[in-house]
Design a protein around this ligand. Structure first.
Ligand code: 13P
Ligand code: SF4
Length: 336
């Protein structure tokens, strides 16, 4: 969406002009005053509540660039959650991310602005399923993607994210591992770690499973020379067509370091918007797949969360201890 230019003189009367500068490529000036009202209220509420906002890379630019204190991929948000000193953490992302923050910093009040912000991967497996796998494959370590409930993590040996899955699998020094629940992530890791047999579960991300190799070939035909970067939740035949694959943070780093002239980010739509503002020289060709769960976050419900201290995310203590252990084992794995 291109920003509407204002006659000289009018731009200067926009509220919070220094913050508008960060989103001006994506938010028309005419829409800004209504958003700025919520932004100003949230900035004030963060002070009175002693709160911080952790936002995932898929959040819309008006959240990502204006009110967030810490932004990143799932791995970065988990790492940062440990060090939060404030009383309240608002997680602008999805429920499993808020649960992970709570596991790692149990003394804090962790809020999610909309409890319905789930994830198709988290919904694809239950704790009973994991117990069933353990019975069926005794002695095979279970590596569980963080995109799962705390109950599922509690049944697992170690967690992983898309940013460290390869390192986590290698760290186990096992001939066979179960990697659940994202079948495509597991298959993409299998390509990179052929020495380990990786058993999979049939869970999929509803956003990334939609991409096809034909999409990539089409974009390459329309934009000769374009750089294609795909998230590892995409099917393996899509990743095979890409120039690079990595977590959302790795995708962002690739773009800002390699500075391709034209790039397509084969992932959720807001990613491109969030990098584009600071990189006007790079042309982002956007596939428009939105994650309906991530998009449940808005400035309005973040403001409401801080006003009312809702909705609090809690994890039952016995479960929390076991789930935390799986996440902490992941965080202890060092890149090789
Ligand atoms: P990242 O860990 O790469 O940020 O991915 C999280 C996610 O949900 C992607 O769909
Ligand atoms: Fe889950 Fe996919 Fe949405 Fe990420 S993009 S939160 S994996 S549904």
């Amino acid at each position: 969406m291109a920003a509407t230019s204002l006659p000289i003189g009018r731009a200067s009367i926009l509220p919070l002009p220094h913050i508008y500068d960060r989103v001006s490529r994506h938010i028309p000036a005419i829409e800004w005053p209504a958003l700025a009202d919520d932004v100003a209220a949230i900035l004030e509420l963060k002070k009175t509540r002693n709160a911080v906002i952790l936002a995932h890379n898929y959040q819309a630019p008006e959240i990502f660039h204006t009110v967030s204190d810490i932004v990143g991929d799932s791995l970065a948000l988990a790492r940062e959650a440990i060090n939060v000193d404030a009383d309240v953490i608002v997680l602008a992302g999805v429920h499993f991310m808020a649960e992970t923050a709570k596991l790692l910093n149990p003394g804090k009040t962790v809020l999610i602005p909309d409890m319905r912000a789930g994830c198709s991967l988290a919904d694809s497996i239950t704790a009973a399923d994991v117990r069933g796998l353990r019975e069926k494959y005794p002695g095979v370590p279970i590596v569980t993607y963080v995109n799962t409930s705390a109950a599922v993590k509690a049944e697992s040996d170690v967690c992983c994210t898309s940013g460290n899955a390869v390192d986590v699998v290698r760290s186990l020094n096992a001939p066979r591992v179960l990697m659940i629940p994202d079948e495509f992530l597991a298959q993409n890791v299998q390509v990179l770690v052929p020495e380990v047999e990786i058993l999979t579960w049939a869970g999929h991300c509803e956003v990334h499973e939609q991409f096809t190799p034909a999409d990539i070939r089409e974009v390459r035909e329309s934009y000769p020379g374009v750089t294609v970067i795909a998230h590892p939740e995409c099917p393996p035949d899509v990743v095979a067509e890409a120039d690079f694959s990595g977590s959302t943070a790795m995708m962002m780093n690739f773009v800002t370091q390699k500075r391709p002239r034209q790039v397509v980010l084969v992932t959720e739509c807001s990613m491109g918007d969030n990098i584009a503002q600071a990189n006007p020289d790079i042309e982002f060709i956007k596939p428009c797949n939105l994650c309906p769960h991530m998009k449940r976050m808005s400035l309005k419900n973040i403001r409401h969360a801080l006003e009312t201290l809702t909705h609090e995310v809690t994890v039952e203590p016995e479960l929390a201890g076991r789930a935390r252990a799986a996440v902490e084992r992941m965080l202890a794995v060092r890149p090789r």
